[in-house]
Design a protein. Structure first.
Length: 65
């Protein structure tokens, strides 16, 4: 799995950070998502999928190929 985030779409809701803090963080100055690990380990894949589903701005894309 490869994770891609679109910082231009991000609204800083922080749901991704709450769900998977090993993969996502937020910039201090504006709360915009920061990707910590674009290739998360398999044990985090379901949590990352959930983060993508709950993102209100649809700023997280997953490549599962």
């Amino acid at each position: 799995m490869k994770v891609v985030v679109d910082q231009d779409k991000c609204v800083g809701a922080g749901q991704c950070v709450l769900l998977v803090p090993d993969v996502f963080d937020q910039r201090d100055e504006d709360g915009i998502v920061v990707l910590l690990n674009e290739f998360p380990p398999a044990e985090l894949h379901e949590d990352v999928r959930q983060a993508a589903r709950v993102c209100p701005a649809l700023a997280i894309e997953l490549d599962e190929s």
